[in-house]
Ligand binder design. Structure first.
Ligand SMILES: [Zn+2]
Length: 57
């Protein structure tokens, strides 16, 4: 498993891109289509929808 940056940019299937924290404690949904993008699992943010397009420190 890769070490992730503090923040990552996730692109939803609808084309929307949004930045989220890797240690997000809550579920993150797409601002545009409301699809779940990130879910917290074991203290880490897991990408459940869309793809990571960039990681930032
Ligand atoms: Zn979307």
């Amino acid at each position: 498993m890769r070490i992730m940056g503090k923040f990552m940019k996730v692109k939803c299937e609808c084309g929307n891109e949004q930045v989220t924290s890797e240690n997000a404690a809550t579920r993150v949904k797409c601002r545009v289509c409301n699809k779940p993008l990130i879910e917290p699992k074991g203290g880490k943010a897991v990408v459940v929808g869309g793809t990571i397009v960039a990681e930032m420190e």
